[in-house]
Design a protein around this ligand. Sequence first.
Ligand code: HEC
Length: 166
Amino acid sequence: MKNLTYIVVLLAVALAACTNDNGEIGNYRYRTDMHTQPSFKKLEDPLPPVKNTVPVSGIEAPLRDSASAARLLNPVKWTPENADSSKFLYETHCSPCHGLSAKGDGPVAAKFQQPPDLTTDKYKRIPDGYIYYVIRNGKLIMPSYYESVKSHERWLIVNHLRTLQK
Ligand code: HEC
């Protein structure tokens, strides 16, 4: 009788170790209350994208290096309607160092390190995707704006920079 108790306890422990949070042991579902259901749970990771597809919104695709970033096409066109937002974003995030006209003469530049003049031919030729990359990842002493400037806003800033280069 004592041995049987041991076996039952051992079996219970073994079973508990094989179950998961969804009330399943392997393919067998032993709990069917509403708590265990396929809906999203608090703090659960987002579902991974379907195999062989890439996310087009929401999740930002990882950018490996500036060379691959340079090949990105700017999906945001300059329009009279979004020009004000572009200007506002540039003046908020970039002008303290790069200056209102992007010549590298912002008030912080004097006390920091003088950034390059972004209105020169060199930067006119640089692809939109490269500038997007610099905003996202920073460059040497320039900080990354990954957190504070979202993907769509980075393209808007690129568009404003292009108008300053004219
Ligand atoms: C805190 C000051 C600061 C701010 C704010 C800042 N930058 Fe810079 N930026 C720099 C400095 C310094 C450099 C030169 C980096 C280096 O050492 O190569 C630079 C370089 C650059 C370059 C040239 C990169 C290259 O490869 O030559 C671009 C483009 C640029 N910044 C765009 C921006 C944009 C757009 C913003 C706004 C989102 C911005 N920066 C905000 C300081 C700043």
